[in-house]
Design a protein. Structure first.
Ligand SMILES: [Zn+2]
Length: 208
């Protein structure tokens, strides 16, 4: 768990440096078996120390740590219970929040959307930190690596913090492209057939 706590600090700092979070917003967690290391409540992600990150069981019981776990810990735990993933990243990134405030889904406008499972659903609004929000996010993530949270931000999952963090960067990039494209004209959405062709190509070995 010490390594996971250290990684929470590394990726927390990167999230702040990249402007994906401001102040004490945003939270990250990583799981090892029945235990989850999570960022604490009320500490800016660029000022975290490993020992600041509480460790909780999957049922939410606090095992270690002097600071309270992030207020969104119920959401992280609901996602672990539903997906079996090992890392969750939640930010208030600007373009993610723009899409989450104006739309019900981010359509697949670029083939890299497939890395997140295609279109990205926007979970209905619920108050932060509540079991209601946790349930809505869990549902929106079904079959996906990412979801947006109405009038709030985004959440991504992955096998380890590096993958979950890269998914957050990709989600923000896709949201920015979509929002900027809307300012220029009507974005074309990729068809099911076009997306299927990408999957075929990705899994076809190159000619020898
Ligand atoms: Zn939040």
């Amino acid at each position: 768990m010490e390594e996971l706590r250290r990684q929470l600090c590394d990726y927390g700092r990167r999230a702040a440096e990249l402007g994906l979070v401001i102040g004490t917003s945003g939270n990250l967690s990583a799981r090892d078996g029945d235990f989850v290391a999570v960022t604490p409540s009320g500490v800016a992600l660029d000022r975290l120390r490993p020992e600041d990150c509480p460790i909780v069981r999957l049922d939410g019981t606090i095992v270690e740590g002097e600071l309270p776990p992030s207020s969104e810990t119920p959401m992280h735990l609901a996602v672990y219970a539903a997906t079996g993933t090992t890392a969750v990243v939640h930010t208030h990134s600007v373009f993610g929040a723009v899409v989450a405030t104006t739309m019900t889904e981010l359509p697949p406008i670029h083939y890299n959307s497939l890395l997140l499972g295609g279109s990205v659903r926007v979970a209905e609004y619920a108050t932060y930190g509540t079991p209601e929000l946790a349930a809505k996010v869990q549902e929106a993530l079904t079959g996906k690596q990412a979801a947006l949270m109405a009038n709030h931000g985004g959440v991504t999952i992955g096998a380890g913090l590096e993958k979950a963090f890269e998914a957050t960067r990709l989600l923000e990039w896709l949201c920015e492209v979509y929002v900027r494209a809307l300012g220029v004209g009507t974005p074309t959405v990729l068809t099911e057939e076009q997306l299927a062709d990408v999957i075929v190509r990705a899994f076809t070995p190159p000619p020898a």
